[in-house]
Design a protein around this ligand. Structure first.
Ligand code: ZN
Length: 145
């Protein structure tokens, strides 16, 4: 019996919210959502480490983000770091730039929203965007080849 948590998720022995699946990989919602929409992608065959796919296999499965999206993610992570170390003004500037570069990212946009007393995203602009979603999901399907 393989007690690897990822193999058990792939086999359906541990419940998960699957958002994408093909012969090689399974993408599912992370149970520890750091940001809403956080998805984990697991290789279906068991692997001992992070290097389950060789470079060619990884390139065939995972698309490189374009330069704008890559910069947006870098600025977003920098903004999160700056928030943690108390540099809120510079953090907000980095996160705002990230949301301009990658406007479809719910996580970035939510982080840039005003916060209520509990620290949750709030404010008229936030709720206007949420309301505009209607019945559409707030996160896009992961772009996995
Ligand atoms: Zn495994």
């Amino acid at each position: 019996m393989n007690d690897c948590v990822f193999c058990r998720i792939v086999a359906g022995q541990i419940p998960s919210t699957r958002v994408y699946e093909d012969d090689d990989v399974l993408a599912f919602m992370d149970i520890g959502q750091v940001n809403p929409g956080h998805v984990l992608v697991a290789v279906k065959r068991h692997a001992e480490n992070l290097y389950a796919l060789d470079e060619a296999q990884a390139a065939a499965k995972l698309k490189e983000p374009d330069d704008k999206v890559a910069e947006a993610h870098a600025r977003f992570r920098l903004g999160q770091h700056l928030l943690r170390v108390g540099q809120a003004d510079e953090a907000r500037a980095q996160i705002a730039e990230a949301t301009q570069l990658h406007p479809d990212s719910w996580a970035m946009w939510r982080q840039a929203a005003d916060k209520d007393a509990r620290g949750l995203a709030s404010g008229p602009a936030f709720w206007t965007r949420v309301d505009a979603l209607g019945s559409k999901p707030y996160y896009p399907r992961p772009d996995i080849a």
